[in-house]
Design a protein around this ligand. Structure first.
Ligand SMILES: [Cu+2]
Length: 345
C-alpha cells in the first residue's frame, strides 16, 4: 500500500512519527493518528486491531481482548523454561552439551487473533533459552527446514568458523556449531543471513545463558526477550512485547512471592527501532551488564538497550500487590510491551 496516501487510515504509525520528529512532536503525531483512527472507525492495521478494544490501563486506546492460544505458545511457561540440552562426557573428560535445532516456518499469534508468518528455531519465537555452564563444550546440530538460507550466530567467544556467518545453511542442509562456552554471562543467538533485519525480525533469535562455574545464587528466574512484530511489512512494528505476545503479562501477571529473590535475563532483539527499554515500577533492581560480572552492578529502575544488548536484573518486591513493568518508550508500552508482577505473601 502507498505510504504517501492522503487517507489518514492509510498513513502508517511510523509516518506520523517521522512527521512528528520534523515538526509537531512524536506524541502529538501519535495522538493525531489515534484520533484519525477513531473518527474513521476500525482501521485495517494490526496496531489498530489491537488498540481498538478494551483497555487494561484504563485510558482508552490500549490493550487487547481475549487471549492467544497458549497451547501453541505459552509466554508464562516460556519465561521460566531453560533448554539445557543433552549432557555427556567426552573421551578427554570434558562435559559436552548438545542441542538439535531446526529452522521451521510457522504462523505465530502475537496478540489475540493477530497472526504473523514467522521463521522459527524449533517452532517457537523466541527460540529455546539455551543454558549451559562456562567451560563446557557445546554442540549445536542445526538443520534448515525452511525455504530460505539461515544460520545460527551465537554471541560469546569462539572461533570465527563457528560464528554463524559462514557457511550459510541452505534449505534442507545442516551444520554443526561446536565451541567452548565462554565467557559466563547472558548472551543471545540469532540468524545471520542477509537481509539481516528481516531474518531477525521474522523470529530467528533467542537467549543464550552461560552460567558461571557453580551457578548464580538461587532465585526465581525469568527470561524476557524484548521483541516486536511488523505485521504489515512496512518496516515499522505494530506489536511490541516481551516474549512475543503483546500485553500477555498484563492480562496474566507473573506470580512471585514478597521478598523472594527474582532474577530476569533481559534481552533486546527489537528490530527497526534503535533502542528498547525496561522499567520496573515500585522497586529497584541491580543491573549486571551482560551478566559477565558478579560483583559490579548499577542500582536503578530503568535501563535502555540497543539491539543485541542484554543484562541480568536482580531484585525483590517488598510489598504485596501488582508491580507494573514496561518499556519506558510509552509508545511501545501502548502497543503491547507492558506487564505486571503480582507479589503475594
Ligand atoms: Cu535467517
Amino acid at each position: 500500500m502507498s505510504r504517501q496516501s492522503s487517507d489518514p487510515r492509510r498513513v502508517s504509525r511510523r509516518d506520523f512519527l517521522k512527521a512528528g520528529v520534523l515538526g509537531t512532536g512524536a506524541l502529538a503525531g501519535l495522538a493525531a493518528l489515534q484520533r484519525a483512527a477513531s473518527a474513521a472507525g476500525p482501521a485495517p492495521s494490526a496496531a489498530n486491531a489491537a488498540a481498538h478494544h478494551d483497555d487494561p490501563m484504563g485510558h482508552g486506546g490500549s490493550g487487547t481482548v481475549g487471549d492467544v492460544d497458549i497451547t501453541r505458545f505459552d509466554p508464562m511457561a516460556f519465561a521460566s523454561t531453560f533448554d539445557r540440552g543433552r549432557v555427556s562426557i567426552t573421551p578427554e573428560g570434558r562435559r559436552l552439551r548438545e542441542w538439535d535445532v531446526v529452522a521451521i516456518e510457522k504462523e505465530i499469534e502475537v496478540a489475540p487473533g493477530i497472526w504473523f508468518p514467522a521463521w522459527t528455531y524449533n517452532g517457537q519465537v523466541p527460540g529455546p533459552s539455551f543454558r549451559c555452564e562456562e567451560g563446557e563444550i557445546l554442540k549445536v546440530n542445526f538443520t534448515n527446514g525452511t525455504s530460505h538460507a539461515h544460520t545460527i550466530h551465537f554471541h560469546g567467544i569462539h572461533p570465527p568458523s563457528m560464528d554463524g556467518v559462514t557457511p550459510q545453511v541452505m534449505p534442507g542442509e545442516s551444520f554443526t556449531y561446536e565451541f567452548e562456552a565462554r565467557p559466563f554471562g547472558l548472551h543471545l543467538y540469532h540468524c545471520h543471513t542477509m537481509p539481516l533485519k528481516r531474518h531477525i525480525h521474522k523470529g530467528l533469535y533467542g537467549a543464550f545463558i552461560i552460567d558461571p562455574p557453580g551457578g548464580r545464587a538461587p532465585a526465581r528466574e525469568f527470561v524476557m526477550v524484548m521483541n516486536a512484530f511488523d505485521t504489515n511489512f512496512d518496516s515499522a512494528n505494530e506489536i511490541y512485547a516481551v516474549n512475543t505476545v503483546g500485553f500477555h503479562y498484563l492480562r496474566h501477571p507473573i506470580p512471585v512471592r514478597v521478598g523472594e529473590p527474582i532474577r530476569v535475563y533481559l534481552v533486546n532483539i527489537t528490530e527497526f527501532d534503535p533502542v528498547n527499554s525496561f522499567h520496573l515500577h515500585a522497586g529497584m533492581f541491580r543491573l549486571y551488564r551482560t551478566g559477565t560480572n558478579l560483583d559490579t552492578y548499577e542500582y536503578t529502575d530503568t535501563v535502555t538497550m540497543g539491539q543485541g544488548e542484554r543484562h541480568v536484573l536482580e531484585f525483590t518486591l517488598d510489598y504485596p500487590g501488582q508491580y507494573m513493568f514496561h518499556a519506558h518508550q510509552s509508545e511501545f508500552a501502548e502497543l503491547g510491551w507492558a506487564g505486571f508482577f503480582e507479589a503475594t505473601e
